[in-house]
Design a protein around this ligand. Sequence first.
Ligand code: NAG
Ligand code: NAG
Ligand code: NAG
Ligand code: NAG
Ligand code: NAG
Ligand code: NAG
Ligand code: NAG
Ligand code: NAG
Ligand code: NAG
Ligand code: NAG
Ligand code: NAG
Ligand code: NAG
Length: 679
Amino acid sequence: MARLPLLSWCLPLLATAASVPYSEYILAPSSRTLTAPTVHEVNGTVRNAAALTAAGASSRTSNSSAVFVGANSSVTLDFGKNIAGNVRFQVDAVSGSNEYIGISFTESSMWISPDKCDATQDEGLDDPLWFAISGPGTYTADITHQRGGFRYLNVLHNSTGSVSLSALTVNWTAVPQMSDPRDYTGYFHSSSEKLNRVWYAGAYTNQLCSIDSSTGSALRLPLSGWAYNYTIANGTAVLVDGAKRDRLVWPGDIVISGPSIFVSTNRLDAIRSGLDSLLAIQLPDGRLPYSGIPFQSTDPSNFLWSFTYHLHTLNDIYDYYLFTGDVEYLKSVWGKYKLGMAYILQFIDSSKLANVTSSADWLRFGMGGHNIEANAILYYNLNLGLKLAAVLNDTSVVSNWTTTAQGIKQAANALLWDESANLFRDNTTNTSLHPQDGNAWAIVSGLVSPSRASAISAALQARWVRPYGAPAPEAGATVSPFASGFEVQAHYLAGHPERAVELIEFMWADFMLDDPRMTNSTFIEGYSTDGSLHYAPYSNDPRVSHAHGWATGPTSALTFFGAGLQLTSAGGKTWLVKPQLGGLSILSAGYTSSLGKFSASWSANSTGGLQGEFQTPPGTSGTLTLPVTEPAKRLVLNGPGGRQTSPLVNVDTLGSVTGRPHLKELVLPTCYQKRDKRR
Ligand SMILES: *[C@@H]1O[C@H](CO)[C@@H](O)[C@H](O)[C@H]1NC(C)=O
Ligand SMILES: *[C@@H]1O[C@H](CO)[C@@H](O)[C@H](O)[C@H]1NC(C)=O
Ligand SMILES: *[C@@H]1O[C@H](CO)[C@@H](O)[C@H](O)[C@H]1NC(C)=O
Ligand SMILES: *[C@@H]1O[C@H](CO)[C@@H](O)[C@H](O)[C@H]1NC(C)=O
Ligand SMILES: *[C@@H]1O[C@H](CO)[C@@H](O)[C@H](O)[C@H]1NC(C)=O
Ligand SMILES: *[C@@H]1O[C@H](CO)[C@@H](O)[C@H](O)[C@H]1NC(C)=O
Ligand SMILES: *[C@@H]1O[C@H](CO)[C@@H](O)[C@H](O)[C@H]1NC(C)=O
Ligand SMILES: *[C@@H]1O[C@H](CO)[C@@H](O)[C@H](O)[C@H]1NC(C)=O
Ligand SMILES: *[C@@H]1O[C@H](CO)[C@@H](O)[C@H](O)[C@H]1NC(C)=O
Ligand SMILES: *[C@@H]1O[C@H](CO)[C@@H](O)[C@H](O)[C@H]1NC(C)=O
Ligand SMILES: *[C@@H]1O[C@H](CO)[C@@H](O)[C@H](O)[C@H]1NC(C)=O
Ligand SMILES: *[C@@H]1O[C@H](CO)[C@@H](O)[C@H](O)[C@H]1NC(C)=O
C-alpha cells in the first residue's frame, strides 16, 4: 500500500508558565497525610469500621470512632495504591486491661493476614507493629517503623476488652526532598490508556524508591522488631532498589530507574547521593561495590563484587552527567571512573572478550566466562567512557578503550552468535541457553548490525509467554521486569516499536497493573513465567517487592524512543528527535533538563501520514529522523526561519532529515516550508 509520509512541525509561541500537562495521571498524593479510601475486610466484631476511612473521618456524626470489641477483631484498610509511611491513630476510649492494637502491612492482597505483614526476609513473615493501649490519646509509629511499601493496612485488636479508634492516618514519607510530590517536570500521553498508566506508575514507583537516607536497609532485619534505621548515604534522599526492601543502593537498578526519574520528576539528587555512597567505598585497586552499605562489606578481603554492577556504576555516572551537564561533578569522579575501567580491562583475554569470574549479577544464574551480557555492557561503557574522555579532553585512554571496544564487538559477533537461533548464546561454553539480558544488551549497546538487531528482536518476541511477559531463561522460569526493560529498549532500537508497545501493554499494564494480586500503581520485582508471584531467587514468596525501580524501564523508553526525545550530549546541547509511534495514533511527551524544556507531540493516521511538532531549548541543535520506511512522496516542513532552500531531505533509506544549523532556527517564531519534489 502506498504510503504518504508527511511531517510538519511548527513551534508554538512561547508557552506561558503552566503546570505540567496530564497531571491527572500522577499517582503521588497532594497531601502527605493519607487516610484510606476504603475498607477491604472486617473480621470479628468491629462497630463502625468505616470511621477509619477518609469519608468516615470527615463525617461529623457522633459515631466518629471504630469500636474493636473482643479478641481477633480486625479491619483491613485498602489505600487503593501502594504507599509508604508511618502510621498514627487516635484512641478515643478503652475498656479492659492489657489492651493491644497490632498494625500489619502488605503490598499484595495475597498476604493479608490477621497477625502478620508480608516479608522482608526469606526466613518468614514480619510481625505487626504492636501498640500497648494504655488509655486515650494519639499513638504514632516512629519514623524507623514506617513501612516502605504497602497497599493494605490491617488493624488487629487481640485483647478481651474494647478499643475505640479514629483518625488513622499514614504520614507519606517518600521523596523527602520534594516539597510537593506532584511537582513533575515531565509528562507523557498517548492514544493507549494502558501506556499512559504504565508511564505514570513507573514514575510513582521510583518516587516510593527515593527514601530518607537515614531509613535504609531492610536486609537481615529481625521479623519481630524490624526497623528501617540505617543511614545508607549522605544527603536528604537516596534512590534505593525497592520501597519495602532491600532499601539499599544497587547500581544495576539505577541504570533503569535513573533515566525514568529524569523524564518524570528530574529529582536526580537521590541518585547523586547513592552514587557518592558507592564511590566512597571503592577499593584502591579500582573495584566498585556490588551494592551500598551495610549489605556491602567495605573490608577488601570480604568485598562483594560483580563485573556487571561495577560497570553499571560507570553507566550511572554517564547518565547523571548526561542529564545534569554537571562537568564539575564529572571531573571530580573521573579518577575513580578510570581506575574502575582499568580494573575491569584485566579480564579481557586472548579471545578479546572479558572472561567473567564473578557470578554476582541481577540474581540471574550462570553469570561467568565469556558472557554476552557482561561483554555487551562492557562494550557499551567503553563507548560511553570515550564520550566522557572527549568532554574532559583526556586523550590518554582513547587508543586503549577504542581498540578494546572494537575487539569485543568483533569477537562477540564471531564467537557467541548462534545463527540457527538468531540469538546470542550465553557464553562460549554454553550452546543451548540464549539469555534475554545479553541479547537485549547486544542491541542496546550497539554491538550488532541492524540486520542482527532486527533478527534478535523477532526471536525475543517469538518467546513471549502470554499473558505474562517476556521470559529471562538465564534466571530460571522467570519474568524479569528489569531484563525486560532492556528488551523494550532493544525493540525500539531494532526499529520495531510495535513490539515495544505490545510488550508494555500486555506485560506492564494488563498483568503488572491490572492483575488483582498487584498494587495497580507500582511495579513488581520479578515473577514466574506461569504467572505465579514466585521470584526464583527467593524461597519466601511474600518477600518479593511490589515497588521496584528496576521495573520502570517503559517510562524512559516511551519518552526517549516512543516520543523520540533523546539527549545526545550533556543536558541536550545536542539531541536526536526520532519518533517511533509503533501503531499509536497519538503520542506526546516532554521533560526538562539542565538546559530547559524538551517536548514533542505526534499524530499518525491510517494512511501513513504523520504530523507533529517538537521543541528544544534555545541554543541547542540536533537531528530529526522520521519513521519513513518507503520513499517519501511528500514532506512538508513548517518551521521558524522561513522557507528552507538548501536540500535538507534524504529519504532514501530511513528517512533521516538532518538539519544542523537549520534546526537551531526553530526557536524563532516564523515558519519555513519545504516541499520535497520526490514522488
Ligand atoms: C453510634 O454510637 C452509639 C453510641 O455510642 C452506639 O450505640 C451505636 O451503636 C453507634 N452506631 C454505629 C453504627 O456504630
Ligand atoms: C478474616 O477472616 C477470613 C475468614 O476466616 C480469613 O480468611 C482472613 O484471613 C481474615 N482476615 C484477617 C485480616 O483477619
Ligand atoms: C496481644 O499481643 C501482644 C503483643 O504481641 C501480646 O503481648 C499480648 O499477650 C496479646 N494479647 C492476647 C490476649 O493474646
Ligand atoms: C512524617 O514524616 C516526616 C519525614 O518524612 C517526619 O519528619 C515527621 O516527623 C513525620 N510526622 C509524623 C507525625 O510522624
Ligand atoms: C536498628 O534496628 C535493629 C532492629 O530493631 C536493632 O537491632 C539495631 O540496633 C538498630 N540500629 C540502630 C542504629 O538503631
Ligand atoms: C558521607 O560523606 C563522608 C565524607 O565525604 C564519607 O566519608 C562517608 O563515607 C559518606 N557516607 C556515606 C554513607 O556515603
Ligand atoms: C555458561 O552459561 C551457562 C548457562 O547460563 C551456565 O550454566 C554456565 O555456568 C556458564 N559458564 C560459565 C563459565 O560461567
Ligand atoms: C576464565 O577464567 C577462569 C579463571 O582464570 C579460568 O579458570 C577459565 O578457564 C576461564 N574461562 C575461559 C572460558 O577461558
Ligand atoms: C576541552 O578543550 C576545549 C577546547 O580547548 C575547551 O574549550 C574545553 O573547556 C575543555 N574541556 C575541559 C573540561 O577542560
Ligand atoms: C588496555 O590497558 C590494559 C591495562 O589497563 C591492558 O591490560 C590492555 O592490554 C590494554 N589494551 C589495549 C588494547 O591496549
Ligand atoms: C487502577 O488505577 C486506575 C488509576 O491509575 C484506576 O482508574 C482504576 O480504576 C484502578 N483499577 C482498579 C481495579 O482498581
Ligand atoms: C493523514 O495525514 C496527512 C498529514 O497530516 C494528511 O495530509 C492526510 O490527509 C491524512 N489522511 C487521512 C485519511 O486523514
